[in-house]
Design a protein around this ligand. Sequence first.
Ligand code: PPS
Length: 288
Amino acid sequence: MDDPRPELLDFHGVSMTRYFTDNWENIQNFKARPDDILIATYPKAGTTWVSNILDLLYFGRREKAIPIYERVPFIEILHPGFGSGTEYANNLPTSPRLIKTHLPIQLVPKSFWEQNCRIVYVARNAKDNAVSFFHFDRMTKIQPEPGDWSSYLQRFMQGKMVFGSWYDHVNNWWKKKETYTNLHYMFFEDMVEDTGREIDKLCSFLGLTPSAEEKTRIVGGVQFDNMKKDEMVNYSTSAVMDFKISPFMRKGKVSDWKNHFTVAQNEEFDQDYKKKMKDTTLQFRTEV
Ligand code: PPS
C-alpha cells in the first residue's frame, strides 16, 4: 500500500480515521437481522480470537479457506485493502451472520438494537491493550503513525487513538449490560486463564450445545500457537500489514505491559486510571 498513513480526525467527539468514517451513510443505515451476532471490542482486545471461536462453533471447519476478515466482516471499514465492511456483511451467505465492530457504543448502527441482536463484547486490561495497539499501529499501514512508545502511551491516556478512548469504550459497553440483556461481556484475561470455561459461558449465552469432542477440537484449534500458524486467521494474507515489523499474532499474553512500561510510566498511568475509572464497577486483571 503506497497511500500515506491516515491522520486522526474528530468524528462526533471520537478520534477516528477516514477508513472508518468514509462509508458512514451505509454503516448507519445497515440493516441488521435478528439473528446477527455482533462481536464488539476496543481494538486489540481479542476480536480475532472470539471471532474464530464463534465461526468454529457455528460453521465448523469450512471446506473453502476464507480469511477471517471475510468470514466476519468489519462493518465500519472502507479501504481498498479490505473492501467495504457493509458490502461484505450484506453479501454474507451464512446464517447467523457474524459481524465485527470496534465502534464505541453510541456509534453502533441502530438496527442492531432494534433487532435485539446478540452482542459479544470483549475487553482487555488497559495496559496490555495499549501495548498491543502500539505494535499493531507500527505494522499496519492504514493506521496513523504511532511515534515512540512514550508519546503513544500519553495519547492512549488522552483517548487520542483510532476508535477513541479505551476508558469510555469499555465503560459505556459495560453500562449497557444493565439495560440490554442480549450482551455478553467477556475478558481477554479470562480467555487466557481458561479458554474452555469461557467458551462454555459463551455457548450458554448463545444457546449452543457442542459435543465434548467438538469443544475439545475448538479449544485446541484456537490456542495461540495454532492460530498463529493458521493463514486464515493470522492476517498474513493482508496487504496492509508488515509482518517484518511485528506479526498480527504477536504474543497473546497477559502482562506483556511489564516489558514496556517504565516504573514512572506505570505510576503515572495508575494514577490517571484511578481517576478515569472511579465511577465504574468494571474490574480488570493485569496479571493472571
Ligand atoms: S484487532 O486488530 O483489533 O482485530 O485485534 P484483536 O484480534 O482484537 O487483538 C489482537 C490481539 O489478540 C491476541 N490474540 C490471542 N491471544 C491469545 N490467544 C489467541 N488465540 C489469540 N488470538 C489473538 C493477538 O496476539 C493480539 O495481542 P498481542 O498482545 O499483540 O499479541
